[in-house]
Design a protein around this ligand. Structure first.
Ligand SMILES: NC(=O)c1ccc[n+]([C@@H]2O[C@H](COP(=O)([O-])OP(=O)(O)OC[C@H]3O[C@@H](n4cnc5c(N)ncnc54)[C@H](O)[C@@H]3O)[C@@H](O)[C@H]2O)c1
Length: 186
């Protein structure tokens, strides 16, 4: 009989904000960080994810701290307040993950460019282009105030990408929503 390995504690007491934490990849990242000892702020537009799944922040809150922050990552004031919340709750910010939350309207409703909606384009620019600018902008201000940790870093900013950036995909033409390409170039 093989024993299940205990999760590593390499993130013990590292403070992490994960944006878009309700569902998908960011939920998985949140839960794994939690297992590895990180102190989390689960940030999203909404508190609950997919039906049948225990909300991410409720799993995390079992550590006894406030772990949820309602944020629209395209709103500068909300992004600043999210970072302030991490510092107020845990005293530092070591990791910012997925600072653009990530949307891709094309994936479910692809349209040729002559039929594409301008408001959908604007939404992608705000979330997927301005979001990845503002997250690091305000996270870095905080990280630069902190003493170096580990091998000398003051923190880490992790932004997710996609193979679509380099390989392309039918219906996800870069000319439809250049924000997708810009976002994934970060
Ligand atoms: N799912 C995949 O197979 C895959 C593969 C490669 C790359 N990616 C990339 O990973 C990222 C996330 O993908 P996913 O499939 O996990 O996404 P998802 O759609 O499952 O989850 C996105 C989350 O972001 C939240 N969100 C949306 N707009 C927001 C905003 N303005 N402010 C705060 N939160 C907001 C949503 O509520 C949701 O919880 C994207 O950048 C995507 O391009 C995904």
């Amino acid at each position: 009989m093989s024993a299940t390995a205990a999760p590593s504690q390499r993130l013990l007491n590292r403070v992490a904000i994960v944006a878009g934490s309700c569902q998908g990849l960011e939920r998985g990242i949140c839960l794994q960080f939690h297992l590895e000892g990180a102190l989390l702020i689960c940030a999203d537009l909404r508190p609950n994810g997919l039906p049948g799944e225990e909300p991410t922040h409720e799993v995390i809150q079992k550590q006894g701290r406030r772990a949820i922050f309602k944020v629209d990552v395209s709103d500068s004031k909300q992004v600043q307040a999210m970072i302030a919340q991490a510092v107020e709750e845990y005293g530092a910010l070591h990791m910012l993950v997925k600072n653009n939350a990530g949307i891709c309207g094309e994936a479910t409703a692809a349209k040729p460019i002559d039929e594409a909606d301008e408001d959908i384009f604007d939404l992608h620019m705000m979330i997927s282009v301005k979001g990845p600018f503002m997250g690091p902008k305000y996270a870095l201000r905080q990280m630069k105030k902190q003493e170096p940790i580990g091998r000398g870093d003051r923190g880490w900013i992790i932004n997710l990408s996609s193979i679509v950036t380099s390989a392309g995909m039918r219906g996800l033409h870069k000319c439809h929503h250049p924000s997708y390409e810009i976002r994934e170039a970060h």
